[in-house]
Design a protein around this ligand. Structure first.
Ligand SMILES: NC(=O)c1ccc[n+]([C@@H]2O[C@H](COP(=O)([O-])OP(=O)(O)OC[C@H]3O[C@@H](n4cnc5c(N)ncnc54)[C@H](O)[C@@H]3O)[C@@H](O)[C@H]2O)c1
Length: 305
């Protein structure tokens, strides 16, 4: 319930989740000392999926400390709780931004990823490394997800789809960065959820000494740890994405062409072969279909538009 964007949207999401009989909430900051430790001691979780974070590339230039606290300290508290009360599998969200300045496409999990371009990406890459050390030292099975531009109903208001839809429906111009020459691997939220659900059942196992790791697998040679891309494996031009919003809203966008934003990368594209080989699943919702579902949700949610 941090106020990075409208808290009412978070409350509405939570109200939906509370309809599930076994869903419970604890409202606090993940970095609060002892919070996760007490929760793990009480619940003894089998599986932990950690999504809470300070997200967003742009805001990390303005307020880097919130990324340090939520992402680095928060993940440290989570790992300490996992060390004391080990789950069978911990799955933590990282990001495609971890690939940073890499230019070879599509991005593979086995590629080096050492040149992050924003502090957000740097904190997320750091959490991958922190989790690796705990997996190695304390035999904690850890899967790190690298999500690729996730979008859909109930999504984040700071992201392009939300901002563009809002501006187009209000008849205002949209800011198009790098003069529209950007590519993103857009991943529909329901596909992402399916991938997470399937990966829960595939905890990494530490390879035996001398055992070779399969080609294309990011499994660590010294820990039950791997990193997995979750993406559509399709790099879509920003201009085509905007066209999909125009079609779904039935309105023409007025474009404000802008230079590249600091910290941002011109393209992302996931190699999703590892996800497929681990789970048999490949995300496949097209941008046209996903954007239409988002716009339908948006219009219903903000009924006055
Ligand atoms: N949406 C994407 O395209 C994308 C891409 C790559 C990675 N991710 C990662 O996926 C995860 C989920 O992101 P999302 O896009 O669903 O964003 P989101 O804003 O919907 O979810 C993040 C939640 O974490 C909460 N949070 C923030 N700081 C917190 C703190 N210190 N303590 C407790 N809760 C806190 C926020 O209030 C929010 O509800 C994040 O880890 C994010 O970095 C998202």
């Amino acid at each position: 319930m941090t106020d990075y964007y409208e808290v009412s949207l978070k409350q509405q999401r939570q109200a939906r989740l509370l309809q599930f009989e076994h869903f419970q909430t604890v409202e606090d900051y993940v970095e609060t000392p002892g919070l996760l430790m007490d929760l793990f001691a009480r619940e003894k979780p089998d599986v932990v999926v950690h999504l809470a974070a300070q997200a967003g590339v742009r805001y990390s230039i303005e307020n880097p400390r919130s990324y340090l606290e939520s992402n680095i300290v928060g993940t440290f508290e989570l790992l300490e709780a996992g060390r004391a009360h080990p789950p069978q599998h911990m799955l933590l969200a990282s990001t495609s931004s971890a690939y940073g300045a890499n230019t070879e496409m599509p991005y593979r999990e086995t590629d080096k990823a050492d040149h992050q371009m924003s502090f957000y990406a740097a904190t997320k890459k750091a959490t991958e490394n922190m989790a690796h050390s705990y997996a190695h030292l304390f035999d904690l099975p850890v899967t790190m997800f690298r999500f690729f531009t996730v979008y859909g109903p109930w999504g984040r208001p700071d992201m392009a789809l939300f901002r563009f839809t809002k501006a187009i429906l209000k008849g205002r111009a949209i800011d198009v960065y790098n003069y529209g020459d950007m590519k993103r691997d857009f991943t529909y939220v329901e596909d992402l959820v399916e991938a997470i659900r399937l990966l829960i059942d595939v905890p990494p196992a530490r390879p035996a000494e001398g055992e070779a790791v399969a080609a294309g697998d990011s499994l660590s040679p010294v820990a039950p740890w791997r990193v997995v891309n979750i993406g559509n494996s399709d790099a879509v031009q920003l201009t085509d994405f905007i066209k999909a919003i125009e079609e779904a809203t039935g309105r023409k966008a007025e474009r404000n062409l802008m230079p590249m934003q600091a910290g941002d990368v011109p393209a992302t594209w996931a190699d999703a072969e590892l996800l497929k080989s681990l789970t048999g699943y490949a995300p496949g919702t097209s941008v046209g279909e996903g954007v239409a579902k988002f716009v339908k949700w948006y219009r219903e949610y903000y009924r006055d538009q």
